[in-house]
Design a protein around this ligand. Sequence first.
Ligand code: HEC
Ligand code: HEC
Length: 299
Amino acid sequence: MRRISLLCDESRGRWRWKRIAGATVAACVAVAAAGGALVVYTGVYDVGATTQHTAFVFQLLETSLRRSVKLRTADVPEPGLDDANRVESGFRIFREHCVQCHGAPGIAPQPFALGLTPTPASLVASAQEWSPAEIHWIIRNGIKMSGMPAWQYRMDDKEIWDVVAFMKVLPTLTPADYKQWDRQHVPAPAQPAGESGPASDSGIRLGDAGAGRKALQQYLCVTCHVIPGVVGANYHVGPSLAGIADRKYIAGVLPNSPQNMLRWLRQPAEVDPLTAMPDLGISDQDARDIAAFLYTLHN
Ligand code: HEC
Ligand code: HEC
C-alpha cells in the first residue's frame, strides 16, 4: 500500500514538472511572437537599401544561406570542369550576365548594382568559398530576397556548369589577364528572343502544370495578373486569369485552344500589336508548361 502511494506521488511530481516546463516554453514562444509582431507592425525595421542589416539579421541570413545551399547540394555529381572550351564558353556567359553585378578583376559593377543590399559579392572570393556544386546550385536557383537571379529559365545545365568552370579560373586572373580575355572573345551574336532557352535543343515534353506554376514566377506573370492559388499574384495590370480554362477567347481575339495559347504566351504582340502584354522570351517548353497550368484554372 505504501509503495503504491509513493509511486503515485512520484508520478504526480513528474507530471507537475512537465506542466511547468510546457507552460514556460509556451510563454517564451508567445513573448517571442509578440516581440516579432511588434517589430513588424511598428515599422521600426528599416527596409531601405542604404542601411545594412543589423549584425544579428546579417548573421541570420548568412547562416541560412550557407545551410540551405549545403542541404540541397549534398551529392550533386560534377562534370569535368577543366575543359578549355567549357571555360571559354563560361567566360562569354559571365561577361554577358554576371559582370554587370559582380564585377571582375579590375572591373567595377554597374552603377545600379552598387546600390543593391546585400551588395553582390566579388566572385573571386566566392569561387574559393563555395564548392563547384554549390556555385552551380546558386546560379541555377538564385537567392531569394537578394538581387541574385535564378538562371535556370535562361540557361541550360551545360551553360551553368560552363560558368562554374570559368569561376574556378577567375581568381587566377589579373586585371590585365581579364582585359586580354575580353579583347580576345568578341561577343557571340545575340539569339532572337524565344529561340534560346533550355528546351529548344532537347526533346520537348508535353506540358507539366506543376512546372508551369513554378515558371509563372520566373516570367513576371505574377506582377500583372491575378492568378488563383499563386501567392503574390494579386495585380490587375492585365485581366484576372481565374477561369481562363473556360474562357472562349484569349485576350478577346484568339479562340481559346492550346495551340493559340502557346502563340499568345510566346508572341503576344504578333497576335495583337497594340497589346500591353510584353513578349517575355518564353521558351517553347516553358510556354507548354505554363499553358498546362493555365488549363487547370476552371471557373
Ligand atoms: C542583378 C545583379 C546580379 C546578377 C546579374 C548576378 N548576380 Fe550573383 N548575386 C547577386 C547578389 C545581390 C547576391 C547576394 C549577395 C552575395 O552574397 O553576393 C549574389 C550572389 C551570388 C553568389 C553567392 C556569392 C556568395 O559568396 O555569397 C554567386 C556564386 C553568384 N551570385 C554568381 C553569379 C553568377 C555566376 C552570375 C551570372 C550568371 C550572377 N551571379 C549574376 C546579384 C547578381
Ligand atoms: C506587364 C504586364 C504583363 C505581364 C508580365 C504578363 N501579362 Fe498577360 N496580359 C497582360 C495584359 C495587359 C493582358 C490583356 C491583353 C489584351 O487583352 O490585349 C494580358 C493577357 C493575358 C492573357 C489572356 C487573358 C484573357 O482574359 O483572355 C493570358 C492567358 C495571359 N495574359 C497570361 C500571361 C502569362 C502566363 C504571363 C507570364 C508568362 C503573363 N501573362 C505576363 C499583361 C501582362
